[in-house]
Design a protein around this ligand. Structure first.
Ligand SMILES: *Cc1c(COP(=O)(O)O)cnc(C)c1O
Length: 230
């Protein structure tokens, strides 16, 4: 049963919090349901989860239409500017803001719809060529640059660490993201509150929690393997 998978993940998060002196309430588990059917999401919803993550706008909108309205939907995938208008007023948080032009588009559409959108800045901490996100050294200036845009709240940073056999290998990147968020907070930029660190996936969420993740994005460990992996 999928709920058994869920409970195992929740238990692992609880233990990681205990080991690192953290309050489990400070860690939000986002169930990443991309490619998975509505019936799977309903099972996890019935087990109490209200935070779900998707990486495609169309798929998220389709699922929103048929699933309960109290679900908080997180956009975690690369977002094209021409799709922004379909999500600004129905997304809990956009985790994948990686360019000024995208931030400007979110701002423009948010103002148009009279909403404020919570966003995270995606950081490519390990400088992988295949990944989106800003390099660590560019994030401070980027945040200052987009901080004046109306209609967006900059809530923190997000990263996807490399695929590794040993999750310990990613601890360094989680530490770096945490340090970066502390540095940026110290600048006291108006409208910028580095409250959130979205980091950790199936392979490495335990290490990420130990290093301060406030949001972990877990798909495979809850829903099983995906037929296609994007
Ligand atoms: C797919 C995806 C996840 C979940 O990955 P799993 O390894 O299945 O837990 C998390 N974050 C992002 C950005 C993703 O695209």
């Amino acid at each position: 049963m999928l709920s058994d998978n869920l409970h195992e993940v929740q238990e692992n998060i609880r233990k990681a919090c205990e080991r690192s002196g953290r309050n489990p309430e400070d860690v939000t588990l986002i169930a990443v349901s991309k490619t998975k059917p509505v019936s799977d999401i309903e099972q996890i919803y019935a087990a109490g989860i209200r935070e779900f993550g998707e990486n495609k706008v169309q798929e998220m909108n389709d699922k929103q239409k048929v699933l309960p309205g109290d679900i908080n939907w997180h956009m975690i995938g690369h977002l094209q500017r021409n799709k922004v208008k379909y999500i600004v007023d129905n997304v809990a948080m956009i985790h994948s803001v990686d360019s000024v032009r995208l931030a400007e588009e979110i701002s423009k559409e948010a103002v148009k719809k009279n909403v404020a959108v919570d966003i995270l800045v995606e950081v490519n901490v390990a400088k992988e060529e295949s990944k989106f996100g800003l390099y660590t050294e560019d994030v401070g200036q980027f945040v200052e640059q987009i901080s004046k845009l109306p209609g967006i709240n900059i809530k923190g940073l997000m990263t996807s660490a490399p695929f590794v056999d040993n999750p310990e290998d990613n601890r360094q990147y989680f530490k770096k993201l945490k340090d970066l968020s502390v540095d940026i907070n110290a600048k006291n930029i108006d409208n910028v509150h580095m409250d959130f660190l979205s980091m950790g996936m199936t392979n490495d969420y335990v290490v990420a929690v130990e290093e301060g993740a406030t949001h972990v994005r877990v798909g495979t460990a809850i829903f099983g393997h995906r037929d296609y992996n994007i």
